[in-house]
Design a protein around this ligand. Sequence first.
Ligand SMILES: Nc1ncnc2c1ncn2[C@@H]1O[C@H](COP(=O)(O)OP(=O)(O)OP(=O)(O)O)[C@@H](O)[C@H]1O
Length: 317
Amino acid sequence: MAGPAFLIVLTGLGAVLIGDGLAAAANPRGHTARVRGGTPPAAQEGTSDQLADVRDLWIHAGDTPLVKGISFGIGRGEIVGIVGESGSGKTLTAMSLARLLPDGLTSTASRMAVGDLDLRRPVPPALMAEAVSLIYQDPGSTFNPALRMGTQLTEVLRTHKRLGGREAARRILDALRVVHLTRPEQRMKQHPHELSGGMRQRAMIAAALAVEPRLIIADEPTTALDVTVQAEILRELKRVNREFGASIMFISHDIGVVRALCDRVLVMYRGEIVEEVVAAELTVETARHPYTRALLEATPDIDASWTPPRTKEHSHG
Ligand SMILES: Nc1ncnc2c1ncn2[C@@H]1O[C@H](COP(=O)(O)OP(=O)(O)OP(=O)(O)O)[C@@H](O)[C@H]1O
């Protein structure tokens, strides 16, 4: 998927598109929770160091399996990368965890939990907003053109985190500066069409970070941005991870970045997880699956010395 990213903060009713307004955006695209399974084990059964737990996840388009019985966990404070060729099922896996599968697709899982929330069941919106933010790319998604950016960006903070308007605006302004949005105070007063696509994308990422959820799902969040801004956003993801212990699921085609940013990497191939490895150990020599080796060999900058820039002290508090 390509194009500007937008942010969805999940609610029990569906996604809240920041920028579309809560009232208009509860389940705005007709997505419904479709994760079903057998007898659901209690989410509390997960180990205390495990945040997300997905077991035997299948996603189908009619009779065609697109994701084939994958299982994975994400530890508390862990950054898990997902790599794989185009069409291998990375985005669908993320969407499913977010309960945002496109219409026409169905999924089943024997378990789908984030913390003590069983995502196959209705979850109170406030709890969901604190649990998961999804940053992903969708060129067709926009802010509500009728509302000012500030109104839309602060909405989840005001509604679900119950912050006052001033505090919500302060946090968003901090986050907008972090993602290098110029003249953030002015942007907050503007309407979406007055910002470029890249600016809107940065604003969405800022809002996701400002919510400080327990799990951030980032699906190629920086693909369309220039290298400097990309580095800042990756640094900010790392900061949120370190300071707040947020877990991150990071989907990318860039294995170099994934190796540097992530703790662990899942390699997907044709709907399956074919390899799971500690990120630092992901090399052509150590890769077990032929596809993983091919992926690594096809990445010219795999030994590039990119490392997450040093975390700078920065506080929303
Ligand atoms: N709404 C849909 N209906 C039918 N098939 C779909 C739908 N969305 C995705 N698919 C198919 O599911 C498979 C996995 O798609 P997915 O978007 O998860 O891949 P991906 O690994 O994220 O790819 P990319 O890196 O290009 O984003 C692909 O074969 C895709 O064509």
